[in-house]
Design a protein. Structure first.
Length: 271
């Protein structure tokens, strides 16, 4: 019963992500403008974020009216079925606003508080990543059929390629820059893609050795965290803690612990 339920949830998440991705890709107006701001004047929401979330929640609620929702653009419904959908309709809004390709639709389903399904669609890459808890991580794209995702073999830390992201509050960004300055001489290099969901999937796909970020919300990491873990990556926050707003870390085994330890030493987290 549970396996059938999870498969049904995955199929619904894939359909919603596909439709939202097509809306965002094909419906982006030439004069796209900022509709609102969040934490600061540079942390933006566009009309397309709002339209994509309405599409996703409307589609899911039509099929499963008793489910709950938590969405970045305001969707918040308790539900009575034990299933809650955690949605980021457009992760990487600033990239999208500027016409950069690294943005994604992220949809996760939780059952009684435990994450069981994750889908991340990256339309400008032509790729969609998905996972069911205990079933591995998979992707569709330019290759034929589904491709099983496996994180990279662990290199020495000084040969690890790691991605991160920056907050939109200026004093937080300044602190994050200090952490990067300390960290970068100890790694192969650092990337900044602009979408937490895509970065987590890149860890799953073996395109990155690790990723960390401070200040993520549940919708930023819900689907990508499950996909990364199902691909064999380790994920967490501060030592012995789960990923959280304080700190999220995902990396191939062998890179995870030394990276997490450095981030703790350098104060990359916040209380």
């Amino acid at each position: 019963m549970t396996d059938t339920l999870h498969s049904d949830l995955l199929a619904l998440a894939q359909e919603a992500a596909r439709q939202a991705g097509e809306l965002l890709r094909d419906g982006r107006p030439a004069d796209l403008a900022v509709a609102a701001t969040k934490s600061s004047p540079i942390d933006v929401v566009t009309e397309m974020d709002i339209a994509a979330e309405k599409l996703i929640t409307g589609l899911i609620a039509d099929r499963r009216p008793d489910d709950g929702f938590l969405g970045e653009e305001g969707a918040s419904v308790e539900g009575s079925s034990g299933i809650r959908w955690v949605i980021d309709p457009l992760d990487g809004t600033v990239n999208y606003l500027y016409g950069l390709p690294t943005w994604a639709v992220s949809i996760a389903a939780e059952q009684n508080g435990e994450r069981v399904v994750g889908v991340v669609a990256a339309p400008m890459r032509g790729e969609t990543y998905h996972a069911i808890r205990g079933g591995g991580a998979w992707a569709t794209g330019a290759w034929d059929g589904e491709r099983k995702l496996t994180c990279r073999p662990a290199p020495p830390l000084d040969q690890a390629l790691v991605s991160t992201g920056f907050n939109y509050v200026s004093e937080v960004r300044a602190h994050q820059a200090d952490v990067v300055q300390k960290l970068i001489p100890l790694l192969r290099d650092i990337r900044r893609g602009g979408s937490a969901a895509v970065d987590l999937c890149d860890v799953a796909a073996g395109r990155l050795d690790g990723y960390y970020e401070r200040g993520l919300h549940p919708w930023d990491l819900a689907a990508g965290d499950l996909i990364a873990r199902e691909a064999g990556a380790l994920t967490g926050g501060r030592p012995a803690e789960p990923p959280s707003n304080a700190l999220t870390v995902a990396a191939t085994p062998g890179v995870f612990e030394p990276l997490q330890r450095l981030l703790e030493d350098f104060g990359a987290w916040h209380d």
